[in-house]
Design a protein around this ligand. Sequence first.
Ligand code: GCU
Length: 601
Amino acid sequence: MKPIKSVLILLFISSFTTLFAQEREFSDLLQNIDAREKVSLNGLWDIIIDPLENGYYNHRLQPMDNGYFKNAKMQSPSDLIEYNFDTSDQIMVPGDWNTQMEKLYYYEGTVWYKKDFNYTAKTNELVYLYFEAVNYEAIVYLNGERIGTHTGGYTPFQFEVTDKLKEGDNFVVVKVDNKRKRENVPTVNQDWWNYGGITRSVHLISTPKTHISDYSIQLAKGSTTNIQGWVTVENGSDGDNVEISIPELRKNVKSVVKNGKASFSIKAKPTLWEPKNPKLYEVTIKTGTDEITDTIGFRTVSTQGSKILLNGKEIFLKGISIHEEAPFKTGRVTSKEECRILLQWAKELGCNYIRLAHYPHSETMVREAEKMGFMIWSEIPVYWTILFDNKDTYANAKNQLTEMISRDKNRAAILMWSVANETPEGEARLDFLTNLANEARKLDNTRLITAALDTQSEGEGGKMIEDPLGKAVDVIGINHYCGWYVDKPQKCSSVKWASAYDKPMIMSEVGGGALYGLHGSKNERWTEEYQAEVYRTNIEMMRNIEFLSGLSPWILMDFRSSRRPLKRIQEDFNRKGLISEQGMKKQAFYILRDYYLKENN
Ligand code: GCU
């Protein structure tokens, strides 16, 4: 009989989640915005830096009606208005503020963003204001009116603003706040820079009043010949026709809308997506008023004991972990070119898989990786010691999970949803993460659920994997830094592993730091030789793990972190990259490359 406390925790979580989820199964995000008619609001935005949130609260700390979101202008010389966007600083969107302005390098707090734009209404249209990501909390205003909020720095959100737009001049104001709070996801400590701002693109998306809002088109679980899916039609009526065609497969099926959704299944023999042949098909969805085309791959993924099967065949995941840190300029990645540079380096490394850590990366990164044939691990920032018994924290995590899966559910390259990284064992944590894992399965039963653990214990047979969370996931990720945080590198080759689970294990993190260009003996920390030795001996260790089905060493490129102040070595960078942030390859890069190119082919 489950102890009363956990039953109470479960009741609490379920009561809140049902409240939170009542209005939706998937988030009502427009699917595939790339293919939609849109106006970009990227570029220079006016900003006001507001550490005291003076533009939001009055001196009694009550929210004001006439805050900075009003973008007020002096009407007469005696008017008192103590802010003016038009004479204030400017900053680029998309982008973080920390690397764009020296004075904002360490800044965590509120920054007000304002953008003017011109709009001409079209008949029979709906307009959505769509943000690809804002870190961390966003309050959005249009023409001085509050239209909504969003929490979480790495997933998209939108507002339908048609009737709030004016013909001609309009302005949007966003109060962005990246203050770290204990109840947040992630919480107050993280080993990556807390880049603040409107970090990804902003769009005004125009759709017909009745339009295709969302769809899911994938092979049914365990089938390579049955493409199943649904299409939601916003403002559609029951009986409306929906047509789904895949010309290259000579497939064209019709379905009808019922309760806003049209479901269908297509018997077909698609060429299956796989790293060596990342085949994508053009899929077009048509209704009486709207049409959208996407490029979609079809593949199955499953496990068999400790094996991961792609399209029914065992596959070994030769990977690398990646942060969304831009090469060369550093700061948040903001362009397709930067995504391609990172992915090209992973290709040179001989990878067929990437772990996008520790949060959903941009849709551009996921789509580019899919085109290049990378299998993907996608994760929400349930990182280290968040508040597992806090219901708001759970709802927040669940919301980020829902948005991540909603945005990328049609990406064949994504094989695994990760619900957590390095979380401490405990009852509340187990309930929290088990619920999240089940939620992910409810939203998408075609992919594998995983989490990165660092709870392995010292057993007779060496390292023992027996974390109870292992029950709730399909694939067990293990973060273990032999030769860096534990033991000397030379010790690692003889380390043995055992697991309480007959499930695949991925070494989701392994590695050590080095400053590019620093040389010395293999026992000298921070030298390339030391890092290379860590890789050499850990590869030997992993060769002996029977149930190992892949790895994603930490990490492709050095990345900024406020936990790394060591002068002359780290300089605010985590130096565990195989490549420096200026693109210089360290010795260990070639150790891992040779392992990938020579073995596991
Ligand atoms: C952890 C963690 C990473 C971190 C890494 C490190 O395992 O998951 O986010 O950067 O270790 O210490 O370098």
